[in-house]
Design a protein. Structure first.
Length: 641
């Protein structure tokens, strides 16, 4: 291994990442905006914590078409989980419970996926084949997900190069996890079966920041269609990371793109440190062929312990196992990620596979002062025949779980002699990651015999192509050329009002700056005012812009007009037709001037500013401000008479 030492996150440079051979790819899952689910006709996008029934299931692995088991499926089976599904009858039918066959694929969802594939410059498949992908974690009640590939070998522009799109898939979404404690995992089924696309890139990103930037590019491309769901959980990123000498590790379920850089940095740091740990073990003559460990129950040796977690476990009739790791002395304190050590790798395996979810779930002799007394450690080491160069790990829980935990400790320690196990890792809030499951292999995929192949004709693709928006890069380049403020360019490019902007500028002759401000920024201003800004439709905005173009409304009156549309629940035409009759304006000025005549202000101009504020709050955009000010000054000069 290179003797390069990782710098802190903020100090790493592209040259540093090149030196360690950093590579990253993305798997982005994005829900599609459809009325129905993918393979049944239940409504999509109806979320609720309410449920009408619970169903209990136990998952079992099945053989692949080649007569093999997938490693992930076997790992999940070892956990012996009880899976509880909370079902709302309004969003789930017998299809999701695998009690009836699937409907034919949702054609609307398929059209959306095909369109996005065209935007990716993918080679589109001419025949769709549905496959089953095993999911033994319980997130899908059937134990498998129906999925299909719609396009391959695409590319998107990024900086001075292209990022390869390996494939675009269309598949069902899984359940939402409610809790996972011990041997029981609970899911909510409301999003189950909703259509989503999976975008898989090649490992073309060379730094953690590039991974996040490419994720943003992909996000903007799919959102430009206006056919995908937005909001928390509508898009979820899986990030693949490797370094030189390492292997592909998948960080699962990253909820927000800004978290990608720190997460991928920590995974690169983890892999680099695990490779160094492998080399240190080799220097101690601990390699895969010579690895040795042993375990046995040590409950009787700790009956009088005062270490609270163990004392509590023993009081509840639990068992304690000890594991001797030959040649591992001090290595459980070997740093892996930021403020994280190798003992966490072992603890995670025990937590996930042996279901010992109460932490701490292990202690070890590399940190003796934090747990047992020296005498207790001495007894345990003697019972396990541990020597000076060994490490002892203790695990406790129900007898079967503690025994399984001891086995997993030995398995994970032996993997350290190889370097980096192929895993799916869970994104944690502090920017580090934890073990989730063994990385799935190809053995979990097999053809679905319930659904026939489906032809994708050239005519269908051409019809879809005709409805697609301009490519994001083309649209944004035009915005910059015509003078749209730089900070509004990315917002406008994703706005559902982008077509209205083009019409207002090209056909209506409006200022690009004004039109962009109204369509991209005014909805945010209305949101900050607490108004129902999502109710603002294209017709209202179009009518407001047309009123400015025709001279019926001044530009400063657009925002007040839109506020009135939302608060008064009237149309733009109705508000404009009422107008601001001159008699009403004059009378308003007279009343305001009279009301202020009896008040005292710190400066003479104070009364004028206060009066103009009141007048313009009501008539802004409908009257000429300079003319109103002249009339107001005249009335105030008369003392409000």
């Amino acid at each position: 291994m290179d003797d390069f030492l990782f710098k802190p996150f903020d100090e790493m440079t592209p040259a540093d990442y090149a030196r360690v051979g950093f590579k990253s790819g993305l798997e982005i899952h994005q829900q599609l905006y459809t009325a129905k689910k993918l393979f049944c006709r239940c409504p999509a996008g109806h979320y609720s914590p309410k449920y009408d029934a619970e169903i209990l299931r136990h998952m079992r692995p099945t053989l692949s078409e080649l007569g093999e088991y997938d490693g992930t499926a076997l790992m999940e089976f070892k956990t012996k989980k009880e899976i509880i599904y909370r079902i709302n009858r309004e969003t789930v039918c017998t299809y999701e419970m695998d009690d009836t066959p699937p409907f034919m694929i949702n054609e609307d969802a398929l059209d959306i996926a095909l369109g996005i594939g065209l935007l990716y410059d993918c080679i589109m498949v001419d025949e769709l084949h549905i496959a089953r992908k095993q999911y033994l974690d319980g997130s899908i009640p059937t134990g498998f997900q129906r999925t299909t590939i719609v396009g391959v070998d695409g590319k998107i522009p990024y900086k001075d190069r292209s990022i390869r799109i390996v494939q675009l898939g269309l598949e069902e979404d899984a359940c939402r996890e409610v809790s996972d404690v011990g041997h029981r995992r609970i899911y909510r089924t409301d999003r189950l079966g909703m259509p989503l696309i999976e975008t898989v890139t090649a490992p073309d990103m060379k730094t953690p920041h590039e991974a996040a930037e490419v994720a943003q590019v992909l996000r903007r491309i799919v959102r430009s269609t206006g056919r995908v769901r937005t909001g928390l959980g509508a898009a979820r990123e899986d990030v693949n990371v490797s370094v030189t000498g390492g292997t592909r590790v998948e960080i699962k379920g990253v909820p927000r793109i800004p978290r990608i850089p720190l997460l991928t940095y920590n995974e690169a740091l983890r892999q680099w440190n695990l490779l160094r740990l492998r080399d240190e073990l080799a220097r101690r003559s601990v390699v895969t062929a010579t690895f040795s460990s042993s375990s046995e129950e040590v409950t009787k040796h700790l009956k009088k312990t005062h270490y609270l977690p163990l004392e509590t476990a023993l009081a509840n009739g639990m068992s304690v196992y000890g594991v001797r790791l030959n040649g591992f002395r001090d290595l459980l304190r070997w740093q892996t990620q930021t403020d994280t050590f190798f003992n966490q790798e072992i603890s995670d395996r025990v937590r996930v596979i042996a279901c010992l979810t109460t932490l701490p779930n292990i202690i070890h002799s590399d940190s003796p002062g934090e747990s047992l007394t020296s005498a207790e450690w001495g007894m345990i080491k003697k019972a396990l025949c541990a020597r000076d160069g060994d490490t002892v790990v203790i695990v406790w829980g129900p007898e079967a779980d503690a025994r399984l935990g001891a086995q997993e400790i030995s398995i994970r320690a032996k993997e350290a002699t190889i370097g980096i196990p192929s895993e799916t890792r869970q994104a944690l809030k502090d920017g580090t990651n934890g073990f989730e499951r063994i990385l799935p292999g190809p053995d979990r995929m097999y053809p679905d015999t319930d659904l026939p192949p489906k032809r994708i004709t050239a005519e269908r693709l051409e019809a879809i192509r005709a409805t697609l928006p301009p490519r994001i890069v083309t649209r944004e380049r035009w915005y910059e050329e015509i003078g749209v403020p730089r900070d509004l360019v990315p917002v406008l490019s994703l706005s559902k009002f982008a077509d209205l902007f083009e019409t207002a500028v090209k056909d209506g002759g409006l200022s690009p700056k004004l039109a962009a401000l109204v369509l991209a920024q005014y909805p945010k201003r209305l949101k900050r005012k607490g108004l129902p800004w999502r109710d603002l439709d294209e017709a209202s905005l179009s009518a407001a812009l047309e009123a400015v173009r025709s001279g019926r409304l001044r530009k400063e009156g657009i925002l007040p007009l839109l506020e009135r549309v939302l608060t008064e629940r009237r149309t733009v035409a109705e508000i404009l037709s009422a107008g601001a009759p001159e008699g009403d304006v004059v009378r308003e000025i007279d009343e305001i001037a009279a009301g202020l005549a009896s008040r005292t202000f710190s400066t003479p101009a104070g009364a004028g500013r206060r009066a103009m504020g009141l007048i313009m709050a009501k008539w802004r955009g409908f009257i000429d401000a300079a003319e109103a000010a002249r009339r107001l000054d005249a009335r105030l000069a008369q003392g409000g008479r």
